[in-house]
Design a protein around this ligand. Structure first.
Ligand code: XIL
Length: 330
């Protein structure tokens, strides 16, 4: 049967995966065959591009861009303004008071401008800002977020203006998790929707909403709700994308990667199917990206204790039922 990218091409959808350099090296053949858009797992984050103040290292991002070009793929740039994976010189400087809020703002502006300029013309979609909203009900822009607490809520609009000025052609996305009802709640989706609507009224250059799509089989996920949420963003005139899909579950141990609940083996392909259909049923959904390729190197076990089995290839690089289900959807 045909690859995911081949099946998705006629309907104008790009199928994607995230990869770090070791994964590009080890799984390059499958990544090239199956996907038409790639995201660097870490290599475009501030911590990696400017580990020492004033010294840029674009090599990881440049290599991913070169891989994409060689495999006729587009690139999702990830991510410019986020509270995580910041360089320690920056967070330390803020903590010990050597970086004032005015200086912090200037540093963020320089970071956004320099990175978007470096990759200008090579990035299809940028995750300009990532994870600014709280998980509470109701949700709001997090007042304790690193950027918001120092620079105010308006910073979220400014980063989009700076990104647009540096690359007028990239699709600029706000990216977050649980904004398509992934956890069964719609609180964060409501808050992000309200923000996006206001941002557009304020003429902020916001083009797209990226819903990460990190699911866990223990939570109640509704594909119908996700479709409604994606459609609601789209009805504002925005594009939408699923940017980091995975479906985790508890496993016996990280080595065997066998779900403790045998029903998870059925729940997982069903939830991938529902998520992909939510995107397929929304005309403005332009890409569906999975956060990694194989359970052998997913981010899940390191962050969610006892969980795994999240991706569509198993630890031996064989496609799982979730792969087959998505292939049939396309
Ligand atoms: C993860 C990477 O996959 C890990 O390698 C890294 O240690 C931590 O970050 N949401 C995001 C991604 O937007 O950037 C995160 O990626 C996963 C959660």
């Amino acid at each position: 049967a045909d690859s995911l990218r081949t099946l998705a091409a006629p309907i104008g959808l790009r199928m994607g995966t995230a990869a770090v350099p070791s994964e590009l090296a080890a799984y390059g053949q499958i990544i090239g065959d199956q996907f038409s858009v790639v995201t660097p797992g870490n290599e475009m984050k501030w911590q990696l591009v400017e580990p020492t103040q004033g010294t840029y290292d674009w090599s990881g991002g440049d290599n991913l861009v070169a891989f994409a070009r060689a495999h006729d793929q587009l690139v999702r740039g990830h991510t410019l303004a986020w509270h995580n994976q910041l360089p320690t010189w920056l967070t330390d400087g803020v903590t010990n008071g050597t970086i004032s809020n005015d200086q912090l703002r200037a540093l963020l502006r320089k970071h956004v401008t320099d990175e978007v300029t470096h990759f200008r013309g090579k990035i299809w979609q940028w995750d300009v800002a990532n994870e600014f909203f709280t998980d509470s009900t109701p949700s709001q822009m997090n007042p304790n977020d690193f950027w918001v607490s120092h620079l105010g809520t308006g910073i979220l609009e400014d980063v989009f203006r700076w990104a647009r000025a540096a690359d007028p052609h990239a699709i600029l996305c706000y990216n977050d998790y649980n904004i398509g009802g992934e956890d069964g709640s719609n609180a964060k989706a409501d808050a992000v929707y309200a923000w996006a609507k206001q941002a557009l009224a304020d003429r902020v250059p916001l083009d797209c909403i990226g819903d990460q799509g990190h699911l866990d089989t223990q939570y109640g996920f509704s594909g119908t709700l996700m479709q409604q949420d994606l459609q609601r963003y789209a009805d504002l005139g925005l594009k939408v994308a699923i940017t980091e899909a995975d479906v985790r579950t508890f496993v016996n141990n990280a080595t065997d990667n066998v779900p403790t609940d045998h029903l998870a083996v059925f729940a997982q392909p069903f939830e991938y199917d529902q998520m992909l259909k939510a995107c397929l049923f929304v005309r403005q959904c332009i890409s569906f990206t999975i956060w990694g390729l194989t359970d052998a190197s997913s981010w899940i076990p390191a962050v969610f204790t006892g969980e795994g089995y999240a991706l569509i290839y198993d630890i031996n690089l064989n496609p799982k039922p979730a792969y087959t289900v998505m292939q049939q959807d396309l």
